[in-house]
Design a binder for this molecule. Sequence first.
Ligand code: ADP
Ligand code: ADP
Length: 232
Amino acid sequence: AAAARATDLSKVYGEGETQVIALDSVSVEFRQAEYTAIMGPSGSGKSTLMHCMAGLDTISSGSARIGDVELTTLKDKKLTQLRRDKIGFIFQAFNLLPTLNALENITLPMDIAGRKADAAWLDKVVATVGLAGRLKHRPNQLSGGQQQRVAVARALAGQPEIIFADEPTGNLDSRSGAEVLGFLRNSVREMGQTIVMVTHDPVAASYADRVVFLADGRIVDDLRNPTADSVL
Ligand code: ADP
Ligand code: ADP
């Protein structure tokens, strides 16, 4: 089953002489429990694809679906609700609140939404990202890799159907990056998450089941990675 699907999705910025076709009729399906890396040169449309699929940006034509919900049919309020309930986000900047401890950061989006995290799920998430002994620490008491693991746990806490990660290891040294990627890989294996990760880094892409390559707003390659499970 598809966790998310783009069909003939186009995104055009600006008009006239400044018009940029960021996505040119892209069709792609992200299946449940599949970890996909999106690669391609700078300006090829990677972030735009992620933002359109996550409902953070409007599309110009075609279709973008999360599960069986067509994003173009949703008004702002419903879209915000869908992002909150079904999508987890991980960004290059960890975006943690400095005054909250790790656990409070992890549950913050759910607290804001007035939802209660499922305790068993939360335990599993915390164990999967290796933060069990660090839950009372504030962000400034954690390494960069640990902070990003808090951000990974925050993205997973609400049991989202799909996680979008934009250069999640961009601010990390290679060892911390490998840790975070390992925990993302684990969450696919242990909890059946669907992950779509934009990255420049071939090492990061080697953790994914599949690598989709973009160039000039089009998909130019779509490869399976038969060794994804052996990176751990
Ligand atoms: P990537 O993530 O692969 O580096 P982007 O998706 O950021 O590529 O950008 C794709 C194209 O769309 C680029 O030509 C970029 O300059 C353009 N673009 C992205 N965002 C905007 C915007 N808000 N306004 C105008 N052009 C944009
Ligand atoms: P870029 O990839 O261009 O550097 P960001 O990834 O920081 O930009 O943000 C891209 C979009 O995602 C913006 O529209 C921003 O408002 C939105 N955004 C950033 N952080 C979050 C978040 N934690 N939750 C939801 N939306 C976010």
